[in-house]
Design a protein around this ligand. Structure first.
Ligand SMILES: C[S@@+](CC[C@H](N)C(=O)[O-])C[C@H]1O[C@@H](n2cnc3c(N)ncnc32)[C@H](O)[C@@H]1O
Length: 292
């Protein structure tokens, strides 16, 4: 398992009975997590004295209850700063487990950049890019990044994160678009990328209502994406929060679409967050990584 264990401002303190107890900077949140099917005793005081608690509703969805939580605050990961603000659904605007992927590709980008120099930048495409965690990590490592998400609100939030991370003037192209339509257009335009990152939702919609359903759409989309990779791409990363996509499925898909064309190395693993009260690791989906 790949574990995001370099956080200082974030930690999973404990998890029990369908919920996780987390520290986001100075604030404690309790949020639902369907993976947490055990019911260990809730001893830590945060379980009784939290700043925000997302209560699931039996009708689906749920609602937040807040206790002295600001409307917005920030946390840092290495040189990056993220604005957290409650909250559509149970989300805070950041998936902290992704930090393990940020570390992996940042290293690849900075080594490649050292080889290439400044005249031939590493071009990264971040699809379903949400609030820009991966975009900013790639930009901080020295890449030119194209950031694509269907939601204007999310793209604006990602831009705010860029400003907070002192990356306002970094070479990032911000696009509100449907990912499939965008890649199809890039194929027609002949544009190429050295690396692709994608973190698709199980179900989503493009700006014009285009439907994305991961099981139906992912394989043909990966195939499409291989057409906009440069001749010697650097990496290809797929993350899936959907438990239905096992690491072996990611390996298989990337093998047959990316390795077939470019050789290289594929590995897929579950990703997870360490739980500080007990030393266990909370699983948070899976990632598949291809590198040259
Ligand atoms: C759950 S987030 C992905 C997580 C994020 N990459 C991260 O780890 O921080 C999914 C994102 O995909 C976007 N999205 C959904 N369907 C889309 C589509 N068809 N085209 C572009 N973006 C889409 C949503 O607006 C949302 O921001």
């Amino acid at each position: 398992m790949w574990i995001a264990n370099n956080w200082k401002d974030y930690e999973v303190l404990d998890c029990s009975n369908g919920e996780k107890l987390e520290r986001w900077g100075d604030y404690i949140l309790v949020r639902p997590d369907p993976q947490v099917i055990w019911d260990t005793p809730k001893i830590l005081k945060g379980w009784k004295k939290m700043n925000g608690h997302y209560h699931r509703s039996s009708r689906g969805g749920g609602e937040w209850e807040f206790f002295n939580l600001p409307e917005q605050w920030t946390i840092n990961y290495k040189s990056l700063t993220f604005n957290l603000k409650p909250f559509s659904f149970k989300h805070t605007g950041l998936f902290p487990e992704q930090a393990t992927n940020w570390d992996w590709f940042s290293d690849l980008i900075s080594k490649e950049k050292a080889k290439r120099g400044n005249d031939n930048p590493v071009k990264v495409l971040n699809l379903f890019a949400y609030t820009g965690g991966a975009t900013l990590a790639a930009a901080a490592a020295g890449a030119n990044v194209t950031h694509v998400d269907a939601s204007k609100g999310m793209v604006n939030w990602a831009k705010e994160n860029a400003v907070s991370s002192s990356l306002k003037d970094a070479p990032i192209r911000w696009l509100v678009d449907d990912c499939v339509k965008f890649v199809e257009r890039e194929i027609r335009r002949g544009n190429k990328y050295d690396a692709i990152i994608m973190d698709p939702p199980s179900y989503g919609r493009g700006p014009k209502g285009e439907i994305w359903k991961i099981e139906d759409s992912i394989h043909s989309f990966v195939k499409l994406c291989t057409q906009i990779l440069s001749d010697k791409p650097l990496f290809f990363l797929i993350n899936s929060y959907t438990t239905g996509l096992a690491p072996s499925v990611l390996t298989y898909m990337i093998e047959i679409e990316v390795s077939k064309k470019f050789d290289g190395h594929v590995e897929a693993q579950e990703i997870g967050l360490p739980v500080s009260s007990n030393g266990l690791v909370l699983p948070c989906g899976a990632s598949g990584r291809w590198s040259r």
